[in-house]
Design a protein around this ligand. Structure first.
Ligand code: HEC
Length: 470
């Protein structure tokens, strides 16, 4: 005991820990942080906990995962079935990701509602918005690493949508795919972003964010009729904290510790009960996923893209997200002072209510009827096709097998996602039909590596046969 104390004391002094400890642990806090209202401040720590869980489980997974198209899927099956506790760690990584998305969203909403982005915390908010974006990028890149039908097709369709961005659209698609179709290079690129680049950026950004939180202190709960005045705020705030006599550790920090433990236990329980997420069907570039849906936190966006009117891609793909992001970045500069209490900022409540409702409704839509695709299609019957052999018949079968029917109506059957192809041979010359299928167009995925010349000819023969009046 005596030895431990002496070693500890020696290290404490030699490492110069007193100053960082005073700064991070022993600073005076607002009285509310140490009382029941303190619970409203735990969501940042909750997000941090989820992130650290992701780092630990992610590093563990990276030691067993093989980021190559030939082995990625197999390696996940191996982790699920053979590696000790592999299934459990994968489950934790999935539910940890969900937790991080949930907590960062609640944290942003809380900071917005209490006007905590105002003076002097404008930069806390800016770095917070960056963290929100980085978190969503982590969630997006993680999905592809499962390298199953869902993961791959989500990226295929998503990257096609990116092509709608004016001017740089095609370049963006190429950047995301690391080429012009999903393949090994895409997987490497997503892997590098998911385990190196984005985490490094998150660590840096979190570092600045936390430093700023400590430097400016947590905002006191807003009081209606007490606007922020940059002239007097800091002095008033510091004096208020000193007067309360509470220190961050342990008066306020214990709530964050309890929250962190609850999250760790919760994520473990979810992983234990529900197990890992996927991988679902093995990737097969010649088969479209029966139901290519992204993970739940992106469903709202896919639903939005499905219900949007035709031709509105640039608006929903580019201007809406970009506009929202710019608005978030500008917010603290547009309203750096004044009232913080939501009662005096009814528009803030309105925005949160509208956004939460829209996300809820769209997520629900995305869960039930994702996109306007029709996944329940069955192959056309010989009666509809007219023959039961030959290229026309083969083409009709391929039209179903290759997934065309999910998105296109032909002979009165199929999904509404793309144009009706019943009369396409009358509208377009055959070469055009082939190039559009091979290269993709708009939200139509490129079939380049997924279809052979013979198969394409058969599909063409089938489409041509529809021209004849029946
Ligand atoms: C993910 C849904 C989806 C799948 C799967 C799909 N398409 Fe498409 N396709 C579309 C959409 C959306 C368009 C319209 C693109 C645009 O004009 O922006 C389209 C357009 C086309 C066009 C051009 C039609 C026209 O009137 O301009 C052809 C031809 C076509 N698809 C053929 C096929 C074939 C053949 C297959 C199967 C090998 C297929 N598509 C699979 C969504 C899909």
């Amino acid at each position: 005991m005596q030895i431990l104390k002496r070693v500890g004391g020696w290290l404490w002094e030699r490492l110069g820990l007193q100053r960082p400890w005073d700064f991070a642990g022993r600073h005076p806090v607002q009285p509310e942080q140490a009382t029941r209202k303190g619970w409203m401040y735990v969501f940042g720590a909750a997000t941090m906990t989820a992130f650290l869980l992701q780092v630990v489980t992610g590093v563990a997974l990276a030691t067993k995962y093989v980021p190559s198209p030939a082995s990625a899927y197999e390696s996940l099956i191996f982790i699920n079935q053979e590696v000790w506790l592999g299934w459990f760690v994968r489950g934790m990584h999935y539910f940890g990701a969900s937790a991080m998305v949930v907590f960062i969203s609640v944290h942003v909403a809380r900071v917005f509602l209490t006007g905590s982005y105002k003076y002097p915390r404008e930069m806390n908010w800016i770095f917070g918005v960056m963290l929100l974006v980085l978190t969503m990028l982590m969630a997006a890149t993680g999905q592809l690493l499962r390298w199953d039908q869902n993961g791959i097709w989500t990226v295929v369709v998503g990257s096609q949508l990116l092509g709608h961005v004016p001017l740089i659209g095609p370049r963006l698609t190429e950047f995301v795919l690391a080429g012009d179709a999903v393949g090994g290079a895409t997987l490497s690129r997503f892997f590098a972003f998911h385990i190196l680049i984005l985490p490094a950026l998150i660590f840096l950004t979190v570092g600045v964010h936390l430093y700023l939180v400590l430097h400016h202190g947590v905002s006191e709960p807003p009081e209606a009729g007490k606007p922020v005045d940059p002239e007097t705020y800091k002095e008033w705030y510091d004096e208020r904290a000193e007067r309360g006599g509470y220190r961050y550790w342990p008066d306020a920090a214990w709530r964050e510790v309890v929250t962190a433990l609850a999250i760790i236990v919760g994520v473990m329980l979810l992983a234990y009960i529900f197990g890992p997420k996927g991988p679902d069907a093995p990737p097969d570039p010649t088969m479209i996923a029966a139901d290519p849906r992204p993970d739940w936190y992106f469903r709202w966006y896919y639903a939005l893209l499905a219900v949007k009117p035709q031709g509105w891609e640039p608006f929903f793909m580019v201007y809406l997200p970009l506009g929202a992001l710019i608005a978030m970045f500008l917010l603290p500069f547009v309203a750096p002072k004044g009232e913080r209490h939501p009662k005096r900022r009814p528009w803030a409540i309105l925005i949160v209510v509208v956004v939460v409702t829209a996300l809820g409704v769209l997520t629900e839509l995305g869960m039930r009827a994702p996109w306007a695709m029709e996944f329940e299609t069955v192959p056309l019957s010989p009666e509809v096709v007219g023959v039961a052999e030959g290229p026309v018949w083969t083409g009709a079968q391929l039209f179903h097998e290759r997934g065309c029917q999910f998105c296109h109506v032909a002979a009165g059957q199929g999904g509404q996602y793309g144009p009706d192809l019943t009369d396409v041979t009358r509208r377009l010359p055959p070469e055009m039909i082939v190039t559009r299928t091979i290269n993709g167009i708009g939200q139509m995925p490129a079939y380049r590596d997924m279809i052979t010349r013979d198969e394409m000819d058969a599909i063409l023969a089938f489409l041509r046969s529809l021209e004849a009046p029946r």
